[in-house]
Design a protein around this ligand. Structure first.
Ligand code: SF4
Length: 431
């Protein structure tokens, strides 16, 4: 349903509406029409003495059938609907082949720069002092530009988690920015303002910051450090070969744990580097409909689990992240099937941890998702403004997810640490 059709219908139904009131009703009608595949005339039929207040109440009840009675009015977020076709995601499958590669002068002779030159002979190469603005105006074109650079500041930091959430003591090294997958919920589409793939060539300088650094442990026996905040940890590993540097480094430091977080099956580098007990390779897993419909270009669950078995056989430990869990009709059966497939496939004693987190996003990310993926279904749930300013399912809906999934995972994988990610401390304490 195009927003202009909804606007037209509303203008006929309630001709005297001001801009703000019309904006709220257009948003509600649009979201209901998209979710229920109904025309606006069936959602809000012509009726006598209809006022804005009455229309809004009817639409809120239809849009939030579970939470309408219990949510506060200020938890409904009804911004102007601004869909921009120029921003839509390009879902045509294509290999990663940047058109332009920028290489910062200070790293032009590094092995990474040399590998990149050999891998993309048809790309245009440009040397830069690192201050040039690179990348496309559109996030969807980010794969056209690759930037090999020397990271100067952002080496090692505690995971920022979410304001007011129960933290898990995670620590981050940001080896890269940008990803070739297109997960509809990915925060990078709103967060990444430099629309290119950035890969640092000075991993040795990242690693030099680790010895002597103070780390938090959270609920784990050893500090955990990971690399997958602003990219997928392995999606470019055949090119970067970061695993060849990281695995031996952490093998020599058994008091630390390093985590590669991925959805890819790009495990050749890990297999070559040999196994390592304190390196955990973790996969994000989901219900099949979410993987198939909302994690574009990623390998399916079966392929991810096969890759997990291979790295476990090589001597790595495994992690899994049920994140983001999405609520829809029948979601419990689908997530239970994913747990079943994991139980039947994986070596249970190799699983170090499993996290669970429900879908959440900032207000800005909601707008990015709806304009980049106009046919998404992940936004059809009932999201309310929550304790940290993000949009989440209501506490009762989140608790329903955790009451179902956390005991199931603990029963199926009794040796793994199962914990909640970025959750309200009061809810996290119950699990
Ligand atoms: S794999 Fe991770 S970084 Fe890549 S698009 Fe999906 S959510 Fe974003």
């Amino acid at each position: 349903m195009h927003p202009s059709q909804i606007e037209h219908y509303l203008t006929q139904l309630l001709p005297a509406l001001g801009i703000n009131k019309q904006r709220e009703l257009v948003r509600l009608l649009y979201e209901i029409a998209k979710r229920d595949q109904l025309p606006p005339s069936e959602i809000l039929p012509v009726q006598k003495n209809l006022t804005f207040e009455r229309a809004k109440k009817i639409l809120l009840q239809k849009r939030y059938p579970v939470n309408f009675k219990t949510a506060r009015k200020d938890q409904f977020y009804l911004p102007k609907l601004e869909l921009d076709p120029a921003q839509e995601a390009d879902l045509t499958p294509r290999p990663f082949f940047p058109k332009t590669v920028y290489i910062e002068t200070s790293v032009k002779d590094t092995p990474l720069a040399q590998r990149v030159r050999a891998a993309f002979p048809q790309a245009e190469f440009k040397e830069t002092d690192g201050k040039t603005q690179v990348g496309s105006p559109y996030f969807s074109n980010r794969l056209d530009t690759l930037f090999i650079h020397r990271e100067k500041y952002d080496f090692l930091k505690p995971c920022p988690c979410s304001c007011g959430s129960a933290g898990c003591g995670y620590n981050l090294i940001n080896l890269g920015f940008g990803c070739r997958f297109e997960c509809e919920y990915c925060f990078l589409q709103q967060y990444q303002n430099l629309h290119a793939v950035l890969l640092p060539a000075n991993v040795d300088e990242f690693l030099a910051k680790i010895d002597g650094a103070k780390f938090r442990c959270g609920p784990f026996d050893r500090p955990r450090i990971g690399s997958g905040e602003f990219t997928d940890s392995l999606v470019f590993d055949d090119l970067t070969q970061y695993s060849a540097q990281l695995v031996p480094f952490f093998r020599a430091r058994p008091h630390l744990q390093f985590e590669f977080k991925t959805k890819s099956v790009n495990i050749g580098g890990l297999l070559q580097a040999g196994g390592c007990e304190n390196v955990v390779v973790s996969w994000s897993v989901n219900a099949a409909p979410i993987t198939n419909l909302a994690e574009h270009f990623t390998p399916g669950l079966t392929a991810r689990l096969q890759a997990a078995c291979e790295v476990a056989r090589a001597g790595y430990r495994l992690g899994f992240h049920f994140d983001p869990v999405v609520i829809y009709n029948g979601y419990q059966q689908d997530y239970a099937r994913t747990v079943e497939e994991m139980a039947a496939t994986l070596p249970h004693d190799k699983i170090a941890w499993i996290s669970v987190g429900t879908l959440r996003f900032s207000r800005e990310l909601k707008k990015a998702i709806e304009t980049r993926f106009v046919h998404n279904t992940i936004l059809d749930g009932e999201f309310l403004l929550d304790f940290d300013g993000k949009m989440r399912y209501s506490p009762a809906q989140r608790q329903e997810v955790y009451q179902f999934l956390v005991p199931l995972l603990r029963k199926t994988f009794p040796k793994a640490v199962v914990y909640l990610c970025m959750e309200d401390p009061q809810i996290a304490a119950q699990f």
